[in-house]
Design a protein around this ligand. Sequence first.
Ligand code: NAI
Ligand code: ENO
Length: 302
Amino acid sequence: MLPFARVSIIGLGLIGSSIARAVRQHMPTVRLTGHDADPGVRARAVAIDLVDDVADTPGAAVTDADLVILCVPVGAMAAVAAAVAADLPADAIVSDVGSSKAGVEAALQAALPGATIIPAHPVAGTENSGPDAGFATLFHGRWCILTPPEGAGEAAIVRLTAFWEGLGAKVEIMDARHHDLVLAITSHLPHLIAYTIVGTASDLEEVTQSEVIKYSAGGFRDFTRIAASDPTMWRDVFLANKDAVLEMLQRFSEDLTALQRAIRWGDGDALFDLFTRTRAIRRSIIEQGQDDARPDFGRSHE
Ligand SMILES: NC(=O)C1=CN([C@@H]2O[C@H](COP(=O)(O)OP(=O)(O)OC[C@H]3O[C@@H](n4cnc5c(N)ncnc54)[C@H](O)[C@@H]3O)[C@@H](O)[C@H]2O)C=CC1
Ligand SMILES: O=C(O)C(=O)Cc1ccc(O)cc1
């Protein structure tokens, strides 16, 4: 039996449209309703037949839903939750897909007192955005972390777990604060570093932009993919996960200073030891089959 019969998706960009496509593929009898604040996105959702109904308001999108998933930037979660509050069925489960969790959990609980709220984060995505960027296989074999608030009912957690597993994801349950610390080092800081290095390269006076583009082999090229990620989404993530990101940034700066010293003093052993340790980490990621460099990643569209 399907965990939900009527799913409402608010925010029809990369993640919302990927969920819609995955639901269509894996749970074809589910009735899908969607809403997006951008009229152009709503029109596109109708044109590509993304969902069964595109609602003009957030309230109209949730009136008969048994699962509502908020797929908007984390800074917009509070406003969207407030906008659906009056029309939310009493037995509906409200979830989200935000990349940071503690702040979103607090915002949803404040806007929707008494509602069943189970925040979630599918740790899968690309640097692209919008309804055309999504694809049905995005969540296949990827982790989706649920961060149920204290006292959340077991039945709701079980149903949301079944939903994400039905879309092909592997589910893990975690405390929201711990989630934010883990993701600060594995996702948020890498994005910050990519934004920085690409910004630094574009500000150089002695190296032209065309040289940077022309000679961007390997390393720099990979950074530019990450640094092409959505500005609104990532602005919101850094503001929302401020404490954990600053903590990780502090540690990173200390390690970078140590590396700077090793280079200055010609300490080849220190460099070699670090690079040997990091190579082993990459190899264990590949051994566990979690390598995003698989040929179809981010390119397959259903
Ligand atoms: N991009 C990625 O790789 C991943 C993103 N996430 C999270 O998923 C969420 C959505 O991200 P994407 O789908 O990538 O972004 P996106 O930019 O592709 O889509 C977001 C959509 O939300 C709409 N929107 C913004 N404010 C709204 C509001 N107040 N009411 C209704 N619609 C509104 C926008 O018009 C846009 O169509 C974010 O919270 C992000 O942190 C999670 C995992 C991966
Ligand atoms: O494109 C990439 O490499 C990503 O890292 C995608 C991504 C972005 C944000 C998330 O919260 C989860 C995954």
